[in-house]
Write a protein that binds this ligand. Sequence first.
Ligand code: DMJ
Length: 691
Amino acid sequence: MLPGAPGSGLPGVSWCVRIVENGMPGASECLECIDLDRPELPGASGSPGASWCVWIIEKRDRRCGSGKKILNGMQRRKRDHDRCVVTRAFSTKSIRHVCGRCGIGKILILLMVGGLSYLIITHRSPSQLESRALLPNSTIWNAKYAKENFGKIGRFVKKPRELPRRLSPDDIKNSSLSLNHNKLYDKSEWMSRKNKVKDAFMHAWSGYSRYALGYDELMPLSQKGVDGLGGLGATIVDSLDTAMIMGLDEVVFEAGSWIEKHLMERINTKGQVNLFETTIRVLGGLLSAYHLGGGGHGNISDSGISVNLRGLNSEVFLGTAKNLANHLLSAFTSSPTSIPFSDVILNTGSAYPAPGGLSSTSEVSTLQLEFNYLSKLSGDPRYGMEAMKVLEHLKTLPKIEGMVPIYISPHSGEFSGENIRLGSRGDSYYEYLIKVWIQQKHNRNHQLKYLYDMFMEAMKGVKQLLVRKSIPKGLVFIGELPYGSKGSFSPKMDHLVCFLPGTLALGATKGVTKKKALELNLLSDEDLENLSLAEDLAKTCFEMYSVTSTGLAPEIAYFNIEGNSEHALGGGSRSSEYVNDIIIKPNDRHNLLRPETVESLFVLHRITGDPKYRDWGWKIFQAFEEHTKVESGGYSSLDDVTTIPTRKRDKMETFFLGETLKYLYLLFGDDDILPLDKFVFNTEAHPFPIF
Ligand code: DMJ
């Protein structure tokens, strides 16, 4: 029994408990407080084959308020031992590791306290001995006893607390609190799954670093690099903040050193790059690395992440970002309208429209988070001003129920065609409407309100014109209107559309949890409707994975609806109950290691707390491991998710490291890392602080 448990003589006490997996002292995490009025701790029987080190910190320690505080406290303790008082522990392997770092002074104080305790105990009165003998369990620290004997010195030394006993498996089974145990078991399980994602990242990075360092992407089968994005070492910059978040100091150093040595020169000398891709991956990656690396905020941030730059100078990231953005500005200034050209020639400082003259709507409207943040950091308003002109202009254009065609002309500034979809070329237009609004807290009610209105209007249109249910099982999906609102409906859904559940959820609660938003009465009926649509769509996105024999989603799926002629094309797996609802055409069966579904699972898990999102994410991760991993290093896109063994495409996209693995890692980790009411993720998963 533990102090605070019923019958222990102490009133109910909440304890803050941290468990450390045996043999992994470095990978520890502090867990939430559990109430020992319902006593349960793991210790004797954690997960099979594991033993636990449990740290108990008493409630009056200020860190017991919330998980976040505890974690921060624990992290601080690495640098400042005085801030965290560990009163008892058991299963000692990890404890030795931590205590090995305690100062000599602290050890002397502990010896003094021990000596004083011994003197008092050995000189206690017979009546005290009697009262102790009456206790049901002689190993318990008795509160009355402690109070009487330590009253005088209690002001100077901390009360020693009873070493919690290990519970036998039977104790645990019989305990009224096996729920708590499950909770702790769960925590440790997710911690270990999170570490598996970190291993996957290391495997991906080491393949890239060994065979393709300095190229944009790795070809893992050919074991060489390829420059598919203009030659700015895109995988390096896209990966850097993921490595920071995962605490992979060696990768941070390797990637950061490459950027310091080479990126500026590449920006000045390389040729054609795409404005959108370069902005979201390279500019976005540099800016978030700058923030997480301590730039601009003196290393104090709400991120919950502490980065060891090992002598790298984070100012280089900002300087390089500015240089890159200066080159990219030519896409805006060369255009006759506020719609930028799609391509920039870096070494000449010139810009051109895409062949055919049109820009993608999503591309021109997915630059603003990055350019705004750069203006904020640099104090130079030009970047944000140019990028925001695009959204201000889009505001004035006619829409179809709030939605927009997927092409726009930089020459006329008008939309081109009537094709409406939330997949390729349309997707992140909707994402950035709400995220750019979220990014600037103080402008939400005034200057940027139009973005919120545009988002809500568009979501209304989506619900009205694009949302349908499949037959026979009723999966909610988003279709397309290739010929506008008067044309026929297509039940086609790109995997790219799976960003929408996360974006809808974010738009509904603005990043706080659903529970908190409900308590504070922040959710309108429309928000609740959007949140519920988000949950339905997330399920559909997950089923797009589980319907195939590899457990991986195709690039595009069609849904079976009444009167649809495309049924029975197959591609699903007979074991899925949705095999008749989802149709996968032969040309759409590839998988590019895309992040959208796990991104939405991450956001929905943060917002709703529903554990099913983690379970789904874990299944997806396992499928990536099983079918896309290349032994010699890296992961590969696939040709066909419906056949095993899989045919690999020989390409590892940068967003697998920048987004997919990052979101999976965050999904399995603690909620106070990069909290969604303090950070906004750009469309390439680079987190920027909300300002
Ligand atoms: C990424 O580059 C971004 O997420 C973009 O918005 C869409 N495409 C890829 C990932 O699929």
